[in-house]
Write a new protein. Structure first.
Length: 167
């Protein structure tokens, strides 16, 4: 009988843990260098590097288990300070396969950071929350989306990074 009670308690505890809330934080890459219009994979500007460092500070108290980025210098460079502070490896995803990323995030059910682009970040945040969001304006780099999911429900908050930088 004790064994049966123990097994029931362990099963209930495992089920409760499986339903813990988790949050996905989504940002567009930081400011990119636009000095060469022909450059297809520009690096971050001085302000972009500083914004990426500040993002790591903003997320310092969040127990992230995963960090995702597209395979561009500007997105990887935005994700790197946070990844280094959390001792995590940046996982590369394909921006053309957002449904795959969405399934991966839902399946993992873990706190994560996703760094993307002006035309993918809000779309992915909206998909996680079950809503449509407009693309981020090309000159906006301060959007930070937080999507908290719990028991199949999600709540989206759009935050703004308080950051000013003079090039």
């Amino acid at each position: 009988m004790r064994l049966l009670i123990f097994l029931i308690a362990m099963t209930a505890n495992a089920a409760a843990l499986a339903n813990d809330p988790y949050a996905v934080y989504l940002v567009r890459h930081a400011e990119k260098d636009l000095s060469n219009p022909a450059e297809k994979d520009p690096q971050l500007t001085h302000c972009g590097v500083e914004r990426a460092r500040r993002l790591a500070i903003i997320l310092k108290d969040i127990d992230l288990q995963a960090i995702y980025s597209t395979d561009f210098d500007r997105t990887r460079s935005t994700a790197t300070p946070t990844a280094e502070s959390k001792k995590l490896t940046v996982r590369i995803y394909d921006a053309d396969k957002l449904d795959d990323v969405l399934q991966q995030l839902h399946g993992a059910e873990q706190d994560a950071l996703v760094v993307g682009h002006s035309d993918t970040t809000s779309r992915l945040a909206g998909s996680l929350a079950g809503m449509d969001l407009a693309d981020i304006d090309d000159d906006k780099y301060d959007q930070l989306y937080e999507v908290v999911s719990f028991n199949g429900h999600a709540k989206l908050q759009r935050l703004h990074q308080a950051f000013e930088c003079a090039e």
